[in-house]
Design a protein around this ligand. Sequence first.
Ligand SMILES: Cc1cc2nc3c(=O)[nH]c(=O)nc-3n(C[C@H](O)[C@H](O)[C@H](O)COP(=O)(O)OP(=O)(O)OC[C@H]3O[C@@H](n4cnc5c(N)ncnc54)[C@H](O)[C@@H]3O)c2cc1C
Length: 467
Amino acid sequence: MRMIDEPSKKIPIIAETEILVVGGGPAGISAALSAARAGVEVMIVERYGCFGGVITQTMIGTISWYRYAQTIESGGIGLELEERSKSMDASIDIFGKIKNKELTDVLEQEGLMVEGKATYEVLDTEMFKHVVDEMIQEAGIKPLLHCTVVQAIMDEDVIKGVIIESKSGRQAILAKRIIDATGDADVAHHAGAPFNKSPKNELMEVTVNFGCSGVNIGKFLMYVYLNRSKFGDWGETSGKEEDFFTTYLTEPFKKAQEAGEIPNDVTIESYWGCYTDAGEINSFNGIHMNNIDPTDVWDLTKAEIEGRKRVMMAINALKKYTPGFKKARLRTIGASLGTRESRKIIGQYNITEDDVRNEARFEDTIGICPEFIDGHGVCIMPTTGRYFHVPYGIIVPQKVENLLVVGRAVAGDKISHAATRQMVCCTVTGQGAGVAAAVSIKDDLTCRLVNISKVQNILKKQGVRIE
Ligand SMILES: Cc1cc2nc3c(=O)[nH]c(=O)nc-3n(C[C@H](O)[C@H](O)[C@H](O)COP(=O)(O)OP(=O)(O)OC[C@H]3O[C@@H](n4cnc5c(N)ncnc54)[C@H](O)[C@@H]3O)c2cc1C
């Protein structure tokens, strides 16, 4: 590739803060809130115009779809995000409108409903933008939107700040501690921390998500009942989930393929997220594309455009072959495609498949996660109360000091990623990082050397279950 030299120049320092969180997804929101509540000065920078990450950009409101009657809760900010959304009318009871007795009986038997109430609600992903704005402001966190972090400012192996790019140009922010919540470990990458990234043909798929309006919900739910989908239809379950209900839809897309309306090399199999009284199905998570590197802008462009083309194919198939969709229209396409996997740091500890499958316990636990594994062909739902500890070591990168990396970029292997990438686990690593960074500042120790029992005590006070 031909190269040019970028001329060096002086750039303004627009802010100095104790803790800087980069990225405003579930992990970044949790990191910023927990750090602010631990009594330090916090700033959060996000490249798009709203916080929420995959929730608001890709319209994925199912933060809690893992929850069954027996599930052990992580607590903390993950749960608070749900509760706060509910209190602001920003979540939807996915099973609330189902009046079909046979189906509600099934949901009760499977632990998805208890005494007529669903065990989880789905976030209203548009309202969630406002919910997070409120929470960030209440906590006294300084927000900065529309800013992409493009470089790390280093003093040998210690991170001292970042360079951002925005409509205001190239600027710098200095911070005592930095939490990388970009999902892609962008800051760690710029800082020179070692990471892994699988070859793109082995990475999990990316998704362009869409929603529909004009749906006859009653007719659709009857169809869902008569064509009940099971977990066993789509992944390697542990056995117990094989016959469990899931909102998985394949038939209309198969019919369109048989009729030659969807090409044979295009697979559309979709979950639907939730419905509203206004005849909307807010989220169809089914336009998946493989062989895309989410850190390659050419690949991202290709996937966005191809994804939207496939959305049109899916809508036509829904209208033609799904009861209740005759008058349906496209309502929204996610503002950005959703990424499941890209860079993962090599950590002080790298969590393993064995850890997440066998209820690992760690001295440096910063939280627990229910046994919820979804990805790379494995599907285990936390229906039995099993859970694993999340160790601090997976958010501490090698070689770079005073940087913590949270969310889906934490250290671990492929199958553990299918657990740590889940939003509930992202909120756990985010909250743990926020508190650890705050304690490390107060004690004047690096993040690597932080007193973990102090961190654990504060996390407990913040409502996190750590053991
Ligand atoms: C289609 C899809 C469906 C999913 N379904 C579910 C589900 O039902 N339940 C579940 O629990 N999980 C689900 N997941 C997984 C989960 O949503 C993600 O793993 C999780 O959101 C990751 O959280 P995060 O905070 O690490 O990153 P993200 O949510 O990706 O947030 C990262 C944030 O950082 C910002 N950012 C990135 N780079 C920069 C930069 N250089 N400078 C500034 N800002 C930056 C981004 O704009 C974004 O806001 C799904 C994922 C996808 C893609």
